[in-house]
Design a binder for this molecule. Structure first.
Ligand code: ZN
Ligand code: ZN
Length: 176
């Protein structure tokens, strides 16, 4: 049986994982791992909210176990660990990212959800994951990707997003 239709024009929090205490306001929202042990809080607008993007690079395929990553960038001065920071496993390497930056991944040690990545190429920022954000309305609106990176690596059966800027590799650094 299909579930009842959801009104995506306003905030909605589908049952997704074990936690049910995610929230959002006009300015802020939470992101929670699948088991609920780790929760982050971040701004959804203003100077702390930097950019949103899809990445099709080889690294992102492997680390998401999917075909691309859907990310957003938050200034470290603006994002908070609500709980579970001690439950994050930190793993980084610089061998495979096409940028040659060291990418350090922060996973929930219990459920494996990748909560954010930190790149030596983007000091002072963290790269969070759109799919971990509890209010799914934000996936449709404020967090909708604004650019696609490494489009040359995109699987052939996926098409570019309408109206979204396309870049080979990361694009020119000045464009960020
Ligand atoms: Zn977890
Ligand atoms: Zn990538």
């Amino acid at each position: 049986m299909p579930s009842a239709p959801v009104d995506k024009s306003k905030s909605y929090f589908p049952l997704a994982g074990s936690a049910s205490d995610g929230w959002s306001t006009e300015e802020e929202a939470t992101a929670t791992c699948f088991c609920g042990a780790v929760q982050l809080k971040f701004p959804t607008q203003g100077p702390g909210f930097v950019e949103t993007f899809l990445c099709h690079c080889a690294d992102c395929r492997k680390i998401t176990a999917s075909m691309f990553a859907s990310n957003f960038i938050i200034l470290d001065t603006h994002f908070t660990h609500v709980r579970g920071r001690e439950n994050l496993t930190v793993f980084g390497q610089a061998k495979t990212p096409a940028s040659q930056n060291t990418m350090t991944n922060h996973f929930c040690s219990t459920c494996g959800t990748l909560m954010y990545r930190v790149s030596t190429g983007f000091p002072g920022m963290s790269i969070l994951r759109i799919g971990t954000v509890d209010d799914f309305h934000l996936h449709e609106t404020k967090l909708k990707p604004r650019r696609e990176l490494f489009v040359e690596s995109r699987v052939k059966w996926l098409h570019s997003l309408d109206g979204v800027r396309q870049f080979e590799g990361m694009g020119a650094r000045e464009s960020w």
